[in-house]
Design a protein around this ligand. Sequence first.
Ligand SMILES: NC(=O)C1=CN([C@@H]2O[C@H](COP(=O)(O)OP(=O)(O)OC[C@H]3O[C@@H](n4cnc5c(N)ncnc54)[C@H](O)[C@@H]3O)[C@@H](O)[C@H]2O)C=CC1
Ligand SMILES: C[N+](C)(C)CC(=O)CC(=O)[O-]
Length: 491
Amino acid sequence: MSNIAAIIGGGVIGGGWAARFALMGWQVRIFDPDPEAERKIGEVLDNARRSLPGLSDTALPAEGAITFHAELADAVAGASWIQESVPERLELKQKVYASLLAAAPSDAIIGSSTSGFKPSELQEGTSNPGQIVVAHPFNPVYLLPLAELVTTAANSAETIARAQQILRAIGMYPLHVKKEIDAHIADRFLEAVWREALWLVKDGIASTEEIDDAIRYGFGLRWAQMGLFETYRVAGGEAGMKHFMAQFGPALKWPWTKLMDVPEFTDELVDLIAGQSDAQSGQYSIRELERIRDNNLVGMMRALKHQDYGAGALLNETDKGLRDQNGTVQDFPDIDDLTKPIETVSRAVPLDWTDYNGHMNEAKYLQAFGDATDRFMWIVGCDAEYIATGGSYFTAETHIRHLDEIQAGERIRVETICLNGQGKKMHLFHQLWAGDRLCASGEHILIHVSLETRRPSEPTGVIPQRMAAIHDAHAALERPEGVGRYVGAPR
Ligand SMILES: NC(=O)C1=CN([C@@H]2O[C@H](COP(=O)(O)OP(=O)(O)OC[C@H]3O[C@@H](n4cnc5c(N)ncnc54)[C@H](O)[C@@H]3O)[C@@H](O)[C@H]2O)C=CC1
Ligand SMILES: C[N+](C)(C)CC(=O)CC(=O)[O-]
């Protein structure tokens, strides 16, 4: 299987797919007749490079090459995944599929971004319907992991499994919708909310901003982490979902929604909605709004990651896959040469690590050094299993020197030297690099402790032997500039 993805239609969604595949290491080939396609996709890529890498606490693969092709057949040549994102017109899509199946490799999976057409409508009349699935994403595709994978009996179990594997490998969540329906699952929800919102605005009940406030200050926050049913389960109180259903079941017959009707789609309605939206958000360009959105999404998703819940748990799972993919197993995990400093962190700076000065906040240097110390502890054997036996290390002293600014999205690495690994002590010197720029150093002294007595104790297990080996190997290294400095020492 190649790691070539073809993008057919590089607009809002196709551009997002291109960025998602490329930043996860795939070669991306784009076919879009719009002369502006390359510029538009370049702007989407700028947003993606700024936000996606920082979602991961490990380095993403090297970005894949992106090429633009004047012919569809050139774009799909050798592709394992072809993502169609042309305008939502069935006749256009069916015409594109006829061309795709004439040119695409017979084992390529062809996914449609369609918001509402069923896979059977796209497969109809094609020479190899089993190649076509719906892979419906959510904007921005480079950040939101959900892809509704909608299939029919024409898709083999192997095709479905391979589609799920590829989507997970690029950090997405392939929700398998096993029974096709117009607009799949999510867009039916979105359409219901959208229609109700149109009525509320049309009837003068609420403005676009008031409706957005009702979502973002209320249930929108709940839905972002628990969805609808888990949220309502909690809302049922101790009596749970049955009580919730009993209490709110009758409301299903009350006029709590006009979903059975749809406001007439008139120019007046469009002007009303657009006018209020301009008043609400018109002070921002779309690119500015996209960056505000991405800042918010990264902050929320990293918070969920810290809780290892929902989309956050998926991010942790994707990180693990990336580490397994990059890991080198030696006597010592993650070390391929003891005669040089150990690379203990390699990642991009997340958007939520920056502050009002427009650079990485001083507290995040400690975060990076703390992550480096955690990795070093894991390397010497102080991993979760060891800690569960009651031993660990506490930090006793830290000295950080800030030597240069770092921007969001920049790729950083920490190189760690063990200055003393004898007995209960762990004396580390971390150097934080951005490319060839030394941006900070962190000198830390940790003491091995018993988590029961909370007092210093001798390390056990493999720790003494591994610490001694690294201590002895690093004793031969040149002592880095800055070791032993104190606050205010002359530079
Ligand atoms: N905009 C959104 O929020 C979402 C849209 N979608 C779906 O994604 C698909 C694309 O939607 P958008 O990206 O919003 O549209 P868009 O209008 O931003 O992009 C469509 C792109 O297709 C190109 N195109 C037109 N005919 C083509 C052809 N024959 N071959 C190759 N490229 C062609 C256009 O030049 C344009 O760049 C639709 O099916 C839509 O339902 C899915 C999720 C969200
Ligand atoms: C409004 N919409 C139908 C294009 C929405 C989608 O298809 C998914 C999304 O990104 O919200």
